[in-house]
Ligand binder design. Sequence first.
Ligand code: CA
Length: 537
Amino acid sequence: MKKAIIGISVAVIWLVCVIAFAVAAADSGSGDHQFTVLTVKEDAVKDYNTMPVFKELAEDTGIEVHWTYNTSAQYSNNIDPVAIKGIDAIYHSGFSNLKLYDYGRRGRIVAIDEYLTSMPNFSKILNARPDIKEALKSPDGHIYSLPRVEEMGLKAYPNILYLNKAWVEKLIDEQHMPAGVNLTKEDLKDGLDISRDDFKAILQEFANRDMDGDGKTNNEVPLAFVSGNWQGNESDLIASFGVPENREHKTIVDGKVTFTIEDENWLKAVQELADWYQRGIIHSSAFTQSDNEFLARGQDGRYGAFYWWEKDTVIAESKRDDYIIVLPLKDSDGNRYVGLSNELEVEKGECVILSSCADKKGLLSYFDKFFEPEYSAQLNYGSIKSGAFLSAKVNGKLIPNDDHGAQSADDFRMKNAPYGVVYLTGEVWEKSVEMESRAKLRLENLEQYVKPYTFAGATSIPNLNYTQDELNQLNTYEISLSNNIASWYTKAVTGGGASRDSWQSLLNTNRTSINTVLELNQRAYDRYKEAVTATAE
Ligand SMILES: [Ca+2]
C-alpha cells in the first residue's frame, strides 16, 4: 500500500514538473521582454504575479516579469543564490556590502551604474542625493544594487517609554505610592515628567503587588522590552545615565565614532539594570523574547511600563487608554538623554541583477519605474486597486485608507505590500503621498517627547563605504566583538551584576577589535563627509 502511494506521488510530482516546465517555457518564449525574478517572500504574502501594482507596471512598461519565490528560511539556506538557474534578478536580496562587492567584482551581478541611460528616475536620484550615491558605491566605485529609501525621520528614535497609568492610579487610591514620589492623578498624562529613581520605585510596587487584581502577584511585568531588538529595546534606559546608547553600542559624537561601552556611565547603567533585574523589575523574558512574543504578551495590559514605538501594536484596544507616554527618564541632576540608532533609511541590497540576464537594459528600465512616487507608495503599502489608498486623490496626493474592515492595518499591509525597492522621501510625503496616520502620530510623539532630549553632539552612523581590505578586516573583528559585548552584557544584567574589574577585562580582551573597528569606521566616515560635501558644492 505504502509503495503504491509513493508510486502515485512520484507520478504526480513528475506531472507537476512537466507542467511547470511547460509554463516556464511558454513564459520565456513570448515577446522580447520576459524576465523571471526571484523574490524572498513568506507564504502569507500574496502572489506578486496577481498584485494589481505589478499588472499596472506591466501595462505601463510593456515588460512582463514573472515572480518566483523563496521563503526567507529557504533563501538563507542557499549559500550561493546568484547561481540559481533561470532567474534574471533577486528582489529582497539582502546582500551585505561584502557580498555585493564579492559578486560584483567577479562579474556575477550587474554594475547598475553602467546602465543609467536606461534609468532616468534612478539617475535623477543619484544626482540630487550625493549621500545616497555615496552609500550605494562598492569599493571599486560601482553600484551593484538597487536601494530602498524610506525617509520618515522615525528610525533614529525607535523607543518611546509607556507607563501603565491605571496601575499608578491604583497605587495612589490604595495609598501605596512609594515614599517621596509626589505624583497626583492630574500628572498622569502623555509627557509625564519623572526621575529614574521615582520610576524605579513605582515599578518596584508593580513587582510586589497584584496590580491586575487576579489574586497572583507574579504575573505582572513591571518593565518590558526586547533587548537588542531594532525597536523597543533598553537603549534609552541606559542612555538616561548620560551615554548616547544604541543597540550596537556605537555612535558618532561631535564627528568622532565612539563605543558607548568604554564610557564609565555605561558601566553604571549596566550595574543599575542588574539591580532592577534582581528586584524583579525586569524579567528574564526581556532578554529571550522575540518581538512577536513581546507584542503578544503585552495585549492583556499586564505591562507596568514598556519601550516601543507606539502602544497600539503592544496593547489590546480595551486596555490602550491605560498607558501614557513618559519623557526620557531624568537623572539625579535633572538631565535627560536619548541616544540615536544606526538603523538606516537607505537600505542598500534590495535588488540585484544577474549577469546572465539577457536584456539588462530592459529589466533595469522596468525597475527604474519603482522609484516613481505612485509605484513606490503601492509597493510599500499595497496596490491602489486592492484598497491600500482611497480611490480619489486629495490635492494631488494619494491618501492611505486606514479602514480594512475586520483586518488590522498591519495585517493588510503584510499581505498586500511587496515592499523592496522604493523611494519615499520628504519631498514625496509633501507632494505625492500622504503619510499613514499612525506614522504621523509616531512622528509627532517623537518630536514632542523624545527628540528634544537627544544627547548633545550625537549623530547616527550613516551608510559607509569601505575598501576591500577594510571590509575583510571588519568581517574579522566586528562580528566577534559584538558577540562578546552582547554575552558580557546579558550575563552582567541577568547574572548578578558587573564589577569594574570584569568590565575592564571586557575592554582589555577586546582592545584590538575595538580600536580596529573604530579606526576603520572613522576613516570611512571621514571619506563619506568629504564625498558628500564635495559633490554637494
Ligand atoms: Ca496579578
